[in-house]
Design a protein. Sequence first.
Length: 290
Amino acid sequence: MSGETRAAPFSDWPASATCAAAFTFDVDGEAAVLAADPQAQRSLSVMTHQAYGPTVGVRRLLDVLERTRTRSTFFIPGYTADLHPGVVRDIAAAGHDIAHHGYHHVRPSGLSPNEQAEQLDRGIDALERLTGERPRGYRAPMWDLSWDMPSLLAERGFAYDSSLMDDDGPYLLSTGSSAPIAEIPIHWTLDDWEQYCFLPGVSELGPIQTPAHAIELWTAELEGMRRFGGCWVLTNHPFLSGRPGRAAALEALISSVSGMPDVWVAALDEIADLVHAARPTPRNPISISP
């Protein structure tokens, strides 16, 4: 493993903020479960559990974002977009950043380069057909980015990725071409899946947590970012955090964070633009050679 020491997190935030915060949503819908277990399509109960996201959860969360005047990023698999085109149009009409989340929500690391390119292109076509714009951002399904994907993203003009976990703040990632992409890191701690998702036979991580527990965890991570600097990226899934009690707790959190004078709240495309404008030295992917 490389012994490289990383520089301090990116800190050139607007209005003298000490850190940035982004509220992001992965609109997996049925795609995530079908990718994990194609036989799940035989269960009406499982399919309705997942469909709740695009059919109910997204609308509730869009209302939350409108009330809190927060612009967000929604990562949408192409399959979900094709199955629920109206919800994609609603997100676009509200002015949010719509980003790519694969087509079938399959892990890129398990695919050949040609298969990865096919998933990328199908997802781009699905989102562009509904929004009129090519997506600028990408997040790997299951946060499982492959070694091939940075160059595939650069070839297609993507501005940023949000799948890696090797820093507290964004940086430019070398892609093997003249066009680096902004990497905006995430972490499992800041994901509602580990807190809320319980689906027998598909995802049984542990007891379903209360919203108070989840908010306490996420707030602790934010306080750390406020102290040490960085970019706090929360990932929520509409089929989980779009449920009434969780959505109410999330709205209170968004309102609280938006009121912090030292935190810049932004969508990921805005953060990526800031990083590209600052032009830090692009960073090569980690090395696993001894």
